[in-house]
Ligand binder design. Structure first.
Ligand code: MEV
Length: 298
């Protein structure tokens, strides 16, 4: 029996998480880790969930896949998933999974309309995970590279100078859905103050996009630091994430910040021209980390 494999990458948000939920711009980049969906012929639509996924996470996965089956007319395939991405760490695992499954179920769609169809189906799946996703996770996964979102529309951004991002994992965090809901409650209670911060995040993203395309990595790092300060001020960081931000800066990062929804856990990123020394130092401290390299698109 032949199986078709469809890979979709996870992502890091370089700048603009949470602002994106309120329509502000954001910059996200696809990483090398991701999710592979495999399909093989079967008598009816069958999902075989990974044995390691149990409880609420396993249930959320079944709900999302079932939604995708429904929206594609329950094709006669057996669907299996494999992931190299750490789950629920702010690295876009649900977005990658949604894109991988959508690509697998829409494999026979003509290539000219596939990107849009995969976007639409993956968004429906993301809604079952997150409620009100900005869409940047699945759109970055579906396109790869570095994506600059303005008015929720992605456009490829090519960095003038190559750079490394260290991703350091600092333990469990609350779900994206919960963190987004809690922030929304504060935005509704104190709209003037919180909307001002979200607008400022949007301005930082625009400055960051310029810095990236001009190759000014020092400015980009500074913008990341300021962005982290605002996220922390809005209650989205904590001692574990702040401590890792400081460790990365002490290891020579041009800038460091939480990435994804935050909430005192998950992933923290550091910007480097060459991250090999910092990555080794983190590993020696028993910090789970990996490096993603980014350079100008050919
Ligand atoms: C998701 O990775 C980051 C948030 O901005 C939520 C979203 O964009 O949907 C917090």
């Amino acid at each position: 029996m032949t199986a078709d494999a469809h890979f979709a990458p996870g992502k890091v948000i370089l700048l603009g998480e949470h602002g994106a939920v309120y329509g502000e711009p954001a910059i996200a980049a696809a990483i090398s880790l991701g999710v592979t969906a495999r399909t093989s012929p079967a008598t009816r639509a069958t999902f075989v969930p990974p044995a390691t996924l149990k409880g609420a996470q396993g249930q959320a996965l079944k709900t999302a896949v079932n939604r995708a089956f429904e929206l594609t007319g329950r094709p006669a395939v057996r669907l299996e998933l494999e992931s190299t991405l750490p789950l629920s760490m702010g690295l876009g695992s649900s977005g990658a999974l949604s894109v991988a499954v959508s690509r697998a179920l829409l494999a026979s769609t003509p290539s000219r309309s596939r990107l849009a169809k995969v976007d639409a189906l993956a968004l429906e799946m993301e809604r079952t995970f997150h409620g009100t996703p900005s869409g940047l996770d699945h759109m970055t996964s579906n396109r790869g590279g570095i994506q600059y979102f303005v008015n929720r529309r992605p456009r490829a951004l090519s960095p003038r100078r190559p750079f490394d991002i260290v991703v350091a994992l600092v333990g469990e965090r609350p779900s994206t859905k919960l963190t987004v809901q809690q922030l929304r409650a504060r935005v509704q209670r104190w709209p003037t103050r919180y909307r001002r911060q979200l607008k400022e995040i949007g301005l930082l993203v625009k400055e960051g996009a310029q810095a990236l395309s001009h190759g000014d990595l020092e400015a980009l790092g500074d913008i990341m630091n300021v962005d982290h300060g605002i996220l922390a001020g809005m209650g989205l960081s904590g001692s574990k994430t702040d401590d890792m931000v400081h460790q990365l800066r002490a290891l020579g990062a041009l800038g460091a910040k939480l990435t994804g929804a935050g909430g005192n856990g998950g992933a923290v990123i550091g910007l480097f021209t060459d991250a090999s020394r910092a990555a080794k130092a983190l590993t020696a401290r028993h910090v789970h980390n990996f490096v993603s390299h980014f350079e100008r698109e050919p």
